[in-house]
Design a protein around this ligand. Structure first.
Ligand code: HAM
Length: 432
């Protein structure tokens, strides 16, 4: 029970504290993200978590649900309306547009921002999460779409996951849906309403969905349903099969297949953001406990036009840390991420702590990560603790060692020991 007058030690609702064991996992996730993105030639960028609120209200960036229900927005002391960024895509589009003359396109950028959404909390959904964003700007053909999905797949592979066993990539195309709207000659407001409803299809039962669709689209319902329920490209309505968008999607799927990256056509992938103009995709966890998308993205060719000038084509994805951690844990794919110092120096009594600090400093000067156990615990406890911390070596530091200046190094993994001077032990550790 909370005591009167005392502050709670719990973090703000929906956000996480990262105690060292959680931080170790987070660093592991980020390290694979960074390594893989850089292996594809992506460059890192970053920005502030604060953005002017108008960035998320402009026509073209809108995700109705996020803007009207989920943003953290406040007025600053100068009367400006400010929002904690709920996603990174408008920010990166702003940055790209701001340097459009200096940048050499195509540009491949990545970032790992923390994002804020006032969500109803549930498994896989928090109010602050980190999200790897990888985006390519300045390429308007399918080669960039293929690369971005290949990168997504490679990240999963680097976490030890297998496509089709642990996860599945689902793809569709907004252009394909637009091609259908064109053949049905649907007016713009109906298109927007149908797209928004289709995005929520999985949140209602089939009858409710059909009824709502009929209310919006009238006699276009049959064709729209055929599209949204298709399980293969070939099952789509005929006019769509003859469209350029169809050929484009087929090329992307075939090329990825050829590169051993399986993707499944799924017309129910809509994605809530209004800015998508081409392919849209999501990666699903196949573990029954985790029924959420871990990553989502697509092509957005008009977003930078918000900032003036000709639009610059973009394609990319966001990959969340919360769902990724659930995924790795559920599939037993989470490996320990070791950040322990190499050497633990263990003084036999606290009056030796200062001298032990000097010895640790000498090891660190030779580029060996070293820590001193400053507790007053018994030496046996200190050794056990160094071992639990996953240090490789322990050095017991007593009066004899201080006087003789020779030390015994115990290898905590193998149980073996070796004695020598500081210089000898530095050489030994560096060679082992
Ligand atoms: P998104 O689908 O909103 O896309 O988010 C991408 C991923 O971030 C989701 O699949 C999920 O794993 C994670 N995520 C989103 N919201 C939360 C939350 N409240 N708690 C935990 N995880 C969450 C975008 O944000 C697009 N801007 C991605 C993009 C980049 N498209 C093109 N480039």
């Amino acid at each position: 029970m909370k005591q009167k007058g005392k502050l709670s030690t719990a973090p703000y609702k929906g956000v996480r504290d990262f105690y060292p064991e959680d931080m170790a996992v987070q660093r592991y996730l980020f390290s694979i993200w960074r390594q893989t993105a850089e292996r594809f030639g992506f460059e890192a960028y970053d920005a502030s978590i604060l953005e002017p609120s108008e960035l998320y209200k402009s026509k073209g960036t809108v995700n109705e649900e996020i803007v009207s229900e989920q943003t953290y927005t406040f007025t600053d002391r100068g009367g400006r309306e400010v929002t904690l960024r709920p996603e990174m895509t408008p920010t990166v589009a702003r940055m790209i547009a701001g340097r459009r003359r200096e940048l050499r396109f195509p540009v491949r950028w990545y970032s790992i921002p923390n994002l804020f959404r006032y969500e109803r909390m549930q498994r896989g959904r928090l109010r602050e999460h980190w999200q790897l964003n990888c985006d390519i700007f300045g390429v308007d053909d399918t080669s960039a779409d293929v690369e971005i999905i290949l990168l997504a797949n490679e990240i999963f592979k680097n976490f030890g996951a297998e496509n089709g066993v642990h996860y599945q990539i689902h793809i569709s195309s907004r252009k394909l849906l637009e091609a259908l709207y064109d053949t049905l000659q649907l007016p713009e407001d109906i298109r927007v309403a149908v797209t928004r409803l289709a995005d929520r299809k999985h949140k209602m039962d089939a009858d409710t969905f059909s009824q709502k669709l009929h209310e919006i689209a009238g006699n276009a319902t049959e064709n729209l349903s055929q599209f949204l329920n298709a399980t293969t490209l070939k099952a789509l309505p005929q006019p769509v099969i003859n469209s350029d968008a169809y050929a484009e999607l087929q090329t992307i799927i075939d090329t990825l297949e050829e590169l051993r990256c399986a993707v499944t056509f799924d017309p129910s992938i809509i994605r809530g953001f209004d800015y998508y103009t081409g392919i849209v995709f999501e990666v699903f966890d196949l573990h029954p406990q985790n029924n959420r998308a871990m990553m989502g993205g697509g092509r957005y060719d008009n977003l930078t036009a918000l900032f003036g000038g000709d639009p610059i084509a973009g394609v990319g994805f966001g990959f969340g840390d919360v769902t990724l951690r659930d995924f790795l844990e559920s599939h037993n794919l989470l490996t320990a991420y070791d950040t322990a110092p190499t050497l633990a120096i263990l003084p036999t009594a606290t009056y030796l702590n200062l001298e032990a600090q000097k010895l640790a400093h000498a090891f660190r000067s030779a580029d060996i990560a070293a820590t001193v156990d400053l507790s007053g615990k018994k030496i046996r406890k200190k050794i056990a603790h160094a071992s639990e911390r996953l240090c490789t070596f322990a050095l017991v530091f007593g009066e004899d060692e201080q006087r003789e200046k020779t030390y015994t190094l115990k290898n905590l993994n193998e149980g073996s020991s070796i004695s020598g001077t500081l210089e000898e032990l530095i050489m030994y550790i560096n060679n082992s």
